[in-house]
Structure formats: C-alpha cells, structure tokens
Design a protein around this ligand. Structure first.
Ligand SMILES: [Mn+2]
Length: 285
C-alpha cells in the first residue's frame, strides 16, 4: 500500500518573483503526503525581491502551508541557495519546525546516502557558463516572461503547461554541454564526500545521471518545469512534473521499472502515469 512518499525534494521556487509557478506548487504541496520535505535552495528569491517585491497571496499560502505541515509533524529541511543565501547565516537554527541547514545527508529507505545542497557551489568549478545564456541573467528573465505569457495563452485555449525553457535547454548544444559539466562536478563531489549520490537544484534542469556507481539527481525548479524529486517508501527515487497534468518524468536509472503499473494511488490518476527512460527524460526536464 503506497499512498504517500518518504521524501520530497524541491528547489528553485523563486517565491517573491513573478516567474514562480505558485499555483502549481501550492497544488502539489496540498496534495502530496511526505514524511520529509527538503527545500533545496532558491525557495524565496530575496535577490529579485530587493529589485521588485512581488508576493501575492499564493506565495504566502505556500509558506504557511509548509509551516503548518512542519508543525503537524512533517520534517522540513531548508537549505538556502544563492538567491536566498541571506538565510545561510541562520544555518543550524529551527524556525517554527523548519530546520535551516547549509547542506544535509539524506539516507534512503534502502540505506544509501545522498549529499543534499543547492548546487551553486559548482558555479566556480564549471565556470564560463553557457547557461548564463539561460540562467540568472537578462536573457533568462526575458525567456521566463515569454514562458509565462505563452502559458497564459495556452491555458486560455485549454492547453496544458509546456516549458519553453525546457525545450531550449535540450535543443541548445552549448546548454547541454554546460549541464553535462555541472553534473560531472556534482558526481565528483559525491565521490570525494564518499556518498552514494548528490541531490541538488540550481540549474533548473531536472535529471538523473548515474556514473561509476554514483547517482546525480537534480530536482529541477518551479519557474519553468514544475518538477520535484521524490523517494518512495521502498527507497526508489523518481522525478515528477506537476501542473494540470501531473506525470512521472523519470525513475532512477538501473532501478527496476515496476512503478509503471504502480501509480501512487490518489497522487496520480492512473492514465497520466507514463514510462520514460533516462534518455527521454531531458525533453520534459
Ligand atoms: Mn540557484
């Protein structure tokens, strides 16, 4: 019987900025049941808020929902990122049930250890970022605006959410190359930390990659792709997309794909649960 999750990892919600897909995130957090919630950085975009404060009711509702669930017993770990690094000075403290940590080690049900951090620490290693084209600069801001505009139009005509950013990232060679280098940096860090894998966010690109027995997991974001990394009670990691049509994006590579016929009851209506191999996953990510 599997009607809840063991852990959920989300990052890059960028609450406080107009780009945040807050309705989808609020819906997701309302519907899922999980023992543990990791907020893996850039949840609140303090950088953007300094420029232009935008904090509508849905954004407030997300924060109060998380705090309410924390009070009700869900373990919440807030790991700040580069857009909310102000909170890094509060690492070690707990606010109404929300633990603030610089990073964390997550142990899965089957005993594997994953280092969890936002992932901006790899910026220096990866450097010369072709993703600067897409993340964190003016072009990226423009693309997000275009993305929101496009999706408002799509909703008006009854089409589901579609990520322009996701499309561009998989179709631009330089962006792919950057992502590959970023993944390598995280996998290398996992090796030197002697853990089974690395869980991060930051580059707004949900993906799994296994290399030399270690697993890279990126939980994606809630400004472009509306994705989360989840762990089932059996200890299997999966990526999901959540909007009008929730669906599984990928299951960790090398895992037995028994989940195809095993949608989580109540979480997904059965028909939307679709199989996707690691190779196909980036299109949706
Ligand atoms: Mn970031």
């Amino acid at each position: 019987m599997q009607d809840s999750l063991r852990a959920v990892f989300i990052s890059d919600a960028h609450l406080g900025s107009a780009a945040c897909q807050a309705e989808h995130l609020l819906d997701f957090l309302n519907k899922i049941k999980t023992d543990r919630l990791y907020l893996v950085g850039d949840i609140i975009d303090l950088l953007e808020m300094r420029r232009k404060a935008h904090f509508p009711e849905t954004h407030r509702a997300i924060l109060s929902l998380i705090m309410r669930k924390a009070r009700e017993g869900m373990e919440v770990i807030y790991i700040p990122g580069n857009h909310d690094d102000f909170f890094r000075q509060m690492a070690g403290q707990t606010f109404s049930g929300v633990k603030i940590r610089l990073n964390s080690v997550h142990r899965t049900a089957d005993g594997r250890r994953f280092h969890v951090s936002h992932g901006d620490e790899f910026d220096q290693i990866v450097q010369l970022s072709p993703l600067a084209l897409l993340v964190g600069d003016k072009a990226h801001g423009m693309m997000l605006k275009l993305n929101s505009w496009l999706n408002r139009a799509r909703r008006l005509f009854g089409f589901p959410y579609w990520s322009l950013a996701g499309y561009l990232k998989t179709h631009l060679g330089r962006a792919r190359e950057f992502i590959h280098r970023y993944e390598n940096a995280a996998l290398k860090a996992a090796r030197s930390l002697e853990v089974d894998g690395y869980i991060c966010g930051h580059i707004h690109y949900a993906a799994f990659r296994r290399k030399d027995g270690r697993l890279y997991c990126n939980d994606g974001d809630w400004v472009e792709h509306c994705s989360a990394l989840v762990e089932t009670h059996q200890g299997q990691l999966r990526l999901l997309h959540w909007s009008e049509q929730p669906r599984w994006l990928a299951v960790e590579p090398d895992a037995e794909p028994t989940w195809i016929d095993d949608p989580i009851p109540g979480l997904f209506p059965a028909p939307v649960c679709c199989a996707m191999t690691e190779k196909q996953a980036p299109e949706a990510a």
